[in-house]
Design a protein around this ligand. Structure first.
Ligand code: HAM
Length: 410
């Protein structure tokens, strides 16, 4: 029979990788909880309209990459391409926008984008994200950056923090009409076909173009950052000064505009050059209009999401440390008393019982392969003689106990 392969751009997590993933979720969850974030889980499937209205019709994510389909009830639905829109929908549906409720949420899970798969870019990928609602203070922006730095530092990942300020949507409309579009029209013969399309659909995305000759052309235009009004400029500078005081290093990237339409003011990315073309590890920013765009009362918000697949590639393989205890019996009469003692007590550490009687050497070899730290191989005579030996497979030390329930671990 022909084997069925996994779907292109989607990955299994098993063995070392699945251990790394659970360590990642545990470590990062603990850090964000310290900053007051609580877990939220939203569905993997939402109405397609949610993403069209939030991420934006002209973005690549909505325009080219959505996994949308009509379900049996004729509903136009979509596998979530990102987490923010669903969390905002939930915030509004819970009525928190009406109470001007401050909420800090974190989430993690699969996202889906029909992109061309390559190393670090998948069609099903994992994100860990945080969304903070109800604070317009630039302190909230800075705290979020401090938190992401703490996460990446604790995972042992080095990064560059790139920042920009893109102003609000009224400012961007004026900038596009007065500065950018006239410039693009004037330089139309010197830009690539993608940028020609962007000129009409989403002009500020031209700054994201990977084409170096386009980037040469854009060096000549006044950037959003340089056209900001004085209060936006002051707010951005305040954030930068605060980061300086906290010794957080960053670079200002005036080409950073982000690929999703809902942002305003501060936008940021944490990048690495260790992953080739897919070097963005974390992306986020302020999105003060999204709650009202999705029908809620105006609520200021800021958030980020990190690409777990990419971060796991950068994390050291440190999760395969030996742990737990392996029990094996030398004769079938020993199995029942071992079983009863193990499972009538709460396990202190990871515990595995091999049901099949085997020789001492075979048990040790299996325990070793399964990466256990301790190994306890028992015969019915050992149980009668109260002679239970536990071997530490790391140090090769052996300890003797009078019964299995007496075993202690260091
Ligand atoms: P994003 O920049 O589209 O932002 O995605 C965040 C991160 O997800 C990226 O920096 C990258 O690490 C990872 N990522 C994106 N696409 C892929 C892919 N195809 N394969 C592997 N990893 C990928 C958002 O999604 C926003 N919702 C972030 C946010 C939250 N902004 C405010 N709150």
């Amino acid at each position: 029979m022909k084997k069925i392969a996994k779907i292109k751009g989607m990955n299994d997590f098993e063995g070392e990788l699945s251990l790394k993933l659970s360590n990642f979720i545990e470590t990062v969850s603990q850090i964000v909880q310290k900053y007051g974030y609580t877990y939220i889980k939203t569905p993997h499937v939402e109405e397609t309209a949610l993403y069209k209205r939030s991420v934006g019709d002209s973005s690549d994510v909505v325009n080219k990459e959505m996994y949308n389909f009509i379900d049996k009830g004729e509903n136009d639905i979509c596998l979530r391409p990102e987490g923010t829109a669903g969390v905002v929908r939930s915030y509004i549906e819970s009525g928190y926008d009406k109470q001007n409720n401050k909420k800090r949420y974190y989430y993690y899970g699969e996202m889906y984008r029909y992109e061309r798969p390559q190393k670090g870019r998948y069609r099903e990928f994992l994100q860990f994200g945080c969304e903070s609602f109800g604070s317009g203070s630039s302190y909230e922006d800075t705290t979020m950056l401090v938190m992401v730095c703490e996460i990446l530092d604790s995972l042992g990942i080095s990064y560059t923090l790139e920042l920009n300020s893109i102003g609000d949507s009224a400012f961007r409309t004026n900038y596009i009409n007065d500065i950018l579009k006239p410039f693009l029209v004037e330089n139309i013969d010197h830009i690539c076909s993608d940028c020609k399309t962007r000129k009409d659909t989403n002009p500020i995305r031209v700054f994201d173009c990977k084409n170096s000759s386009c980037q040469e052309v854009y060096k000549k235009v006044t950037k959003l950052t340089d056209a900001l009004d004085s209060s936006s400029k002051l707010e951005f500078e305040t954030i930068l000064k605060r980061l300086d005081r906290l010794n957080i290093r960053y670079i200002i990237n005036k080409n950073l505009v982000r690929g999703l339409d809902y942002y305003n003011s501060l936008v940021f990315e944490f990048t690495t050059d260790e992953l080739g073309a897919q070097g963005t590890l974390v992306g986020g920013g302020r999105y003060d209009s999204l709650v009202s765009t999705l029908g809620g009362n105006s609520t200021q918000a800021v958030g980020f999401a990190m690409g777990i697949d990419r971060l796991l590639q950068l994390m050291e393989d440190g999760c395969n440390a030996r742990d737990g205890i392996y029990f094996g019996c030398l004769d079938s009469d020993a199995l029942e008393p071992i079983y009863d003692t193990i499972y009538s007590n709460k396990q202190e550490i990871k515990t595995y019982l091999e049901y099949k009687p085997k020789s001492h050497t075979k048990h040790i070899s299996t325990a070793d392969k399964l990466n256990f730290k301790y190994c306890c191989i028992v015969s019915s005579d050992d149980i009668t003689a109260s002679n239970i030996r536990v071997k530490n497979l790391l140090t090769k030390d052996e300890q003797t106990y009078s019964s299995i329930s007496e075993i202690r671990y260091d």
